[in-house]
Design a binder for this molecule. Structure first.
Ligand code: 6PG
Length: 472
């Protein structure tokens, strides 16, 4: 056939799976990749799965010619330079009103630049975050499109069908410009924090509580049946049960303790600093990955830097597990509050009109951070769409108040034992800073004025003041 409704550029596993998902939902899909091997794999997989309305192309011009006009092309290639190169190759083959959707994890400013450049050629372009990994792409991801509104409207019926379905399709128009990719970036920032908090819970329960991998698996399974229910907790329980076929050991113990990152977490922290929004849970998660990556440095420092003696199993296991559970929930709430605040600030600054409650809804299914918890966030924004900080919602206020003893105890015990819990304690510091009417920033202002005449404000009268601090 030569009238495909949609084209997929980039036939890695994500591209292949999204194409097969499109086919399954009734949209014929042509695929193209710069390399021949993924194209062959795609055709073979399509045949195995009985997908009849998909076909892989090795020549870009044949691929473009096979698409119904105006063409709709989804890019699933590596963010950055590869996107620019792909667009440059596609452009001469496209016609007015053709549409390109970049579904990769791209930096939002690159998306805005490309949209402007392509608009000069009357090509519609929008960025769309896609979450859910390989499984999500195949059976229903959560999608965060933003940019050209008419382009989105034209694609919406298709996107709504391929999306995960939880309280409606898990896709919503996020806003103009780079809003879609921005929303996905913050989703990933929250994902980093979620993962780091779970990792810290693991470390505390293993190092302080002496839990075995089997006990950890059972603990995470139990948590997954309650208020912490989420995809990430569910897979964590499964991970602790997995055996290494080569050695017979628990696979988790065979994995190198150095975390990689592709950039979305870092961008979240960078833009948060740019907009002046505190995101300590996310920032400490990014830093935890950076710290983990320097294995050599840690190996030598571990021989030089002294800490307390760590004795596994020295605490009451059951009590510790309950406290860590409370700490994980409370710290998680802080990290979502930080992510949501960042989204609100970005939306206000860039006039994107992001609807936070709607984002919580589309994150309930398909994506990596999907969780029962998002229903509570959605309810909070439904109660008050202008909610200043998620933690100020009455339900969250109560939930954190109930958990703060366990949260503090976890941070204290971990700290005394020398177990780093930077995301849990960063979140606690955030909570405590928010609820302190007076912080020690008066001293910071005095110092700034002392060494740089930066002036300060007084509590008893308006205006800016400077003091000759060293004058006798
Ligand atoms: C998702 C994931 C996905 C991917 C990230 C991981 O939502 O499906 O976030 O986008 O796994 O790129 O990012 P790091 O490699 O930086 O951990």
């Amino acid at each position: 056939m030569s009238d495909y409704e949609v084209g997929m550029v980039g036939l890695g596993v994500m591209g292949q799976n999204l194409a097969l998902n499109l086919d399954e939902k009734g949209f014929s899909c042509a695929g193209w990749d710069a390399w021949p091997e993924p194209v062959d794999k795609f055709d073979a997989k399509a045949e195995r799965e009985g997908a009849t309305n998909v076909k892989g192309f090795k020549e870009l011009k044949d691929f473009v010619a096979s698409l119904r006009r105006p063409r709709r092309i989804i890019l699933l290639v590596k963010a950055g330079e590869v996107v620019d190169k792909t667009l440059a190759a596609l452009l001469p083959l496209l016609s007015k009103d053709d549409m390109i959707v970049d579904a990769g994890n791209e930096f939002f400013q690159n998306t805005e630049r490309r949209a402007k450049e392509l608009a000069l050629h009357e090509i519609r372009f929008f960025g769309m975050g896609v979450s859910g990994g390989e499984e999500g792409a195949r059976h229903g991801p959560s999608m965060m499109p933003g940019g050209d509104r008419a382009g989105y409207d034209a694609m919406a019926p298709m996107l709504k069908k391929v999306a995960a379905q939880v309280d409606g399709p898990c896709v919503t128009y996020c806003g103009p410009g780079g809003a879609g990719h921005y929303v996905k970036m913050v989703h990933n920032g929250i994902e980093y924090a979620d993962m780091q908090l779970i990792a810290e819970a693991y470390d505390v329960m293993k190092t302080l509580g002496g839990l075995t991998n089997a006990e950890l698996a059972d603990t995470f399974s139990e948590w997954n049946a309650g208020e912490l229910q989420s995809f990430l907790i569910e897979i964590t329980a499964n991970i602790f049960r997995k055996k290494d076929p080569e050695t017979g050991n628990d696979l988790i113990d065979m994995i190198v303790d150095a975390a990689a990152a592709k950039g979305t977490g870092k961008w979240t922290v960078q833009d948060a600093a740019e907009l002046g929004v505190p995101v300590p849970a996310i920032a400490s998660s990014v830093e935890a990955r950076i710290l983990s990556a320097d294995r050599k440095g840690r190996a030598s420092a571990s021989k030089l830097l002294v800490g307390p003696a760590m004795r596994a199993g020295s605490t009451d296991k059951k009590a510790l597990i309950a406290e860590v559970r409370a700490a994980l929930y409370a710290a998680k709430a802080c990290s979502y509050a930080q992510g949501m605040n960042l989204l609100r600030a970005a939306s206000n600054t860039r006039a994107w009109g992001i609807n936070l409650g709607e984002l919580a809804r589309i994150w309930k299914g398909g994506c990596i951070i999907r969780a029962q918890f998002l229903g509570r966030i959605k309810d909070a924004y439904d109660r008050d769409p202008a909610l200043g900080n998620l933690l100020l919602d009455a339900d969250f206020q109560r939930e954190l108040a109930e958990r703060q003893r366990g949260w503090r105890s976890t941070v204290v015990q971990a700290t005394l034992a020398g177990v780093p819990v930077t995301a849990m304690s960063g979140s606690l510091g955030y909570y405590d800073s928010l609820r302190r009417e007076r912080l020690p920033a008066n001293l910071t202002q005095a110092q700034r004025d002392y060494f740089g005449a930066h002036t300060y404000e007084r509590i008893d009268k308006p205006g800016s003041f400077h003091t000759e601090w060293s004058a006798k």
